[in-house]
Design a protein around this ligand. Sequence first.
Ligand code: HEM
Length: 362
Amino acid sequence: MATKLELIKEIYKLDANDLQEKKEALQKIKPYIDDIMDSFYEKLLEKEEFAQFIELDQIPQLKQKQIKFVAELLSKPFDEAMYKKIAKVGVVHYHIKLDPIYMSYGYHLLSELILNQSKKDPTLLPYLKLVIKYLKVSDAIMSHEYFSQKTLSESPYRANNLFMAINELHMAYIRYKSSVVDFSSDEEAQNAFMQSLESLKEYRDILADIGINLNTIKRFHTEFIHNRDEKSFLTFKNALEKPLNDLNVTAYLATGSSLALLRAMTETINEKMIVKKEDTSFQEVKENIFVMLTQNFAWAIESIVFVEKEEEEYEIFKHLMYKGKVFFLGINLKNTSNKLYIAEMIDLLCETIKITLYLRSK
Ligand code: HEM
């Protein structure tokens, strides 16, 4: 943050000692600020591309927030805290999907309205220029933060994509692992696994931060393919499983699955995800349940089995009935630190599947 701040200071030739001047400028524009803001919204509302973002009944509140923001910009030192404050407002506009060029147009409009005040009183000019200079600085920081939002790992959109990518990697890995019999493997499963590693490439840095080093995993995997022995398989397995399990405890997977759970429950009930047609076979029902569970919880589930009689060794165990035939679904979970809650979520999905299956087969 310090470098960005220093660069902005250099580009705009900001003087650390101008705080007093800024405060004076604020006092000078204060009598006009209400009118300036009224004209600002009047002009924005004339253009449809801006008006679509502005709810009429929100204008008084927006005006107050903007006035407070400009007042802070002029009455506080330009330091890291101020940079963060400006960046945060930039992020608010990013989230309402206001194009950065529209944002800059807003700053341009505001600056023009401020400069117009010098027509009423020419002595205001040097103060107004200082205000406009700081608005330019603020515009530059906001535009910059728009850009960096797209690469921030914390962005909710990125987290969601990452969740899906990791879940896919788990699915591919589970399939691949079970195909590694006597340390040979099925080529299709191997390719699917390698492809899923490839698709995670754009998340390489974020993954490295959470302990998944894609290059190391690839290297160990290549060694395993060459050697095909227990030692190289274990090295490869540990390089992937350990960080994957660590990752499981992170909040976004649990959050992602909570959202996925709601969607999966609705889909199960309304869109016939388990019993797709009248004559869905018993085998198809089992496959659909397997797909539904792994699509949403591959990262948290160790194994899924269908058995004919009651067994006690499963963490989640459900009696299911389809077309008069009873069968049992057993699920064991991976060791994640928030396992208790994950078990609750998966149990809930299983209950929904159970009830839906019962009702549809009647
Ligand atoms: C150019 C067109 C602009 C439009 C259409 C616009 C629109 C909006 C909207 C809809 C919000 C409410 C967001 C929400 O809470 O969901 C907002 C918040 C805000 N805007 Fe703008 N804005 C514009 C320009 C500006 C400019 C130039 C400034 C600064 C001088 C500014 C400062 C703020 C501030 C301080 C907030 C409150 C942020 C917060 O809640 O933390 N806006 N804007």
